[in-house]
Design a protein around this ligand. Structure first.
Ligand code: SF4
Length: 423
């Protein structure tokens, strides 16, 4: 966010004090496919952080979770009753699957109620292209919103879980750290920070006392074990609670932390690890600055997958088809999966979308020119494909993902795809 815009936001936040806010979690109109049976609605961590700031400013806050209202009639019904409930509205455009619904809801509120809307979320920056009114805010990352608090307050205030509707039917989040210090160029991420040990304990106590811990919780971090000593402290807190949890990490990070660290995590309740492998292709790993040593990186992944198998941790891979990858690359991936599949319980596949503002190559910013028909397709979704190679356009890469989905029958297979908001 530009400095002057940030200053305006900070200034206006003072004016927002003691006002009523409704914070909206918009419907996910692009779905994971297929959604596993065990899938619960996730909490929106960003909204909880924004709510925390607003409570700090003596505002009244309501959170409206619309993630299941993904048809227009249901959505309109919910939006009809909003006017009297708030002076200001916040919407979390948390992912590309909520682009269209965020914009739809914001337009609805502005045109029907003439009230202020603030759009936050990981991908809110993409909406800056749209000609929104001057008094609306686009705040990429709710994290920037949090700058009204000192860093000390930010890491030491408990999350207002009590505001989340239907807490019992939600995937519970334990917010341990945010951000990552790696430099992968395709990734949008904030700067690394860990929350204080005391506040994590407070959050955990609240969840245990008010919700129970029968379901797995989400240990939220970009890169589990990035600061090993800090994660070890949290593992010590978790272990006596008998909680089971899932988390995510880079393969090389987990490998470098060693088998004993993973064992400690297992003993503290780690059941499911999402491994951000992304690709196994050396030139792509280097180009996107995932690693400087692709062979070591892929070997680290193999070792971690085998360790997980030995420790009975369900390991799932995040995989992306990147710009420049073609049939030969996917053959390599298949060879890798054929060897490792006995140890794997799932994967999440993504045809790479290139969002405005995401650096793909440092020397070659997105978007890459494309056919007018393609451009229209992606503009409608406020996202852009990269030119995959001479053979594959985006649709073909999506088809390649679908082929992988049908070839590898893991218990959890998910494909990222998008579709329109239909009435
Ligand atoms: S390691 Fe993961 S979270 Fe960190 S920059 Fe790379 S892709 Fe992003």
């Amino acid at each position: 966010m530009k400095a002057e815009k940030m200053a305006k936001l900070a200034n206006d936040l003072n004016k927002f004090s003691a006002k009523k806010w409704v914070l909206i979690n918009p419907p996910a109109i692009a779905q994971w496919d297929p959604v596993p049976e065990s899938y619960n609605n996730p909490m929106n961590l960003g909204l909880l952080h924004v709510a925390q700031v607003l409570l700090f400013l003596d505002c009244e806050v309501e959170i409206l979770d619309l993630q299941n209202d993904n048809n227009l009639n249901d959505l309109n019904q919910k939006l009809k009753s909003l006017n009297a409930r708030a002076d200001y509205f916040g919407i979390s455009n948390n992912y590309f699957r909520t682009f269209e619904s965020s914009k739809y809801i914001a337009d609805y509120i502005v045109s029907n109620y003439q009230k202020n809307v603030l759009i936050g979320g990981m991908h809110a920056g993409y909406l800056e292209e749209n000609p929104w009114k001057d008094d609306e805010y686009i705040d990429r990352w709710e994290g920037e919103f949090k700058r009204v608090l000192s860093f000390k307050d930010r890491i030491s205030l408990p999350l207002p879980y009590h505001l989340w509707p239907n807490l019992h039917d939600t995937d519970l989040i334990l917010d341990v750290s945010q951000g990552c210090s790696a430099k992968c160029t395709f990734c949008l991420k904030p700067q690394l920070y860990y929350r204080s040990q005391e506040v994590i304990e407070t959050d955990l106590d609240y969840l245990c006392q008010n919700v129970g811990i029968d379901n797995q919780i989400v240990y939220t971090t970009y890169n589990f074990g990035e600061i090993k000593q800090k994660d070890e402290i949290i593992l010590d807190i978790l272990k006596p609670k008998g909680i089971t949890f899932q988390t995510q990490s880079r393969p090389d990070q987990t490998y470098n932390n060693g088998f004993d660290f993973l064992k400690k995590a297992r003993e503290a309740g780690l059941e499911e690890l999402y491994l951000g492998l992304e690709t196994i292709n050396p030139e792509v790993l280097i180009r996107y600055k995932k690693t400087k040593n692709p062979d070591e990186y892929v070997n680290a992944a193999k070792n971690v997958i085998e360790w997980c198998s030995e420790l009975d941790i369900h390991v799932k891979l995040n995989l992306i088809i990147f710009d420049g990858e073609g049939p030969e690359h996917l053959d390599n991936l298949r060879t890798f999966l054929d060897v490792m599949k006995v140890h794997l319980s799932g994967f999440i596949l993504g045809p790479l979308l290139c969002f405005p503002g995401t650096a793909l190559y440092e020397e070659k910013p997105a978007p890459i020119p494309m056919k007018p028909s393609q451009e229209e397709y992606f503009r409608k979704r406020n996202c852009y494909p990269v030119k995959l190679n001479e053979l594959w356009d985006f649709d073909e890469s999506l088809k390649q993902c679908e082929d992988l989905m049908s070839e590898y029958k893991f218990e959890d297979r998910r494909l990222i795809r998008s579709f329109n908001l239909e009435p």
